[in-house]
Design a protein around this ligand. Structure first.
Ligand code: ATP
Ligand code: MG
Length: 140
């Protein structure tokens, strides 16, 4: 597997509880390099666009409101098989189903307030990175 880049968000429930460093450490311990990182607050329109794929789901409104409730930390992670590796480190969407040692098992509060987002495929990773970062912010 080649070196990949993936997109990550440390969500409001985690930034609010000062878990940014602990979550970043989990990525680094798994061999993922944080090649870009910034703390931002999304607008409602940005959250609705970012989660557009879920617009028909019953939790869409709640999800977008949650994602703008506090600042978030958006990051680009790089490494061998980074997309799958990141999702492994994150754990299952529902923390009750997440494996021991994963970020969601250790830190998530609920299926909605689940501390992290990670891209699910190379296409979405490229789109999501471009949504939040300019070329100038991404060193080679
Ligand atoms: P993410 O896309 O955030 O990395 P994921 O791929 O594990 O997570 P998705 O199915 O893409 O999960 O859902 C996106 C996000 O929507 C979840 O991370 C969670 O915050 C929220 N979500 C998913 N299912 C529910 C639900 N049943 N109730 C409330 N919120 C939910
Ligand atoms: Mg997803």
């Amino acid at each position: 597997m080649a070196i990949q880049r993936t997109f990550s968000i440390i969500k409001p429930d985690a930034t609010k509880r000062n878990l940014t460093g602990k979550i970043a450490a989990k990525f680094e311990e798994a061999g993922l390099r944080i090649v870009a990182s910034k703390r931002i607050q999304m607008t409602l329109a940005q959250a609705q666009t970012f989660y557009g794929v879920h617009s028909e789901r019953p939790f869409f409104g709640e999800l977008c409101e949650f994602m703008i409730s506090e600042p978030i930390v958006v990051q680009v992670l790089e490494g061998e098989d980074a997309i799958a590796k990141n999702r492994e480190v994150m754990g299952a969407t529902n923390p009750a189903e997440a494996a021991e040692g994963t970020i969601r098992k250790e830190f998530a509060l609920s299926i909605g307030e689940n501390s992290v987002h990670g891209s699910d495929a190379p296409e979405t990773a490229a789109e999501e990175i471009a949504f939040f970062f300019s070329g100038l912010e991404l060193v080679g």
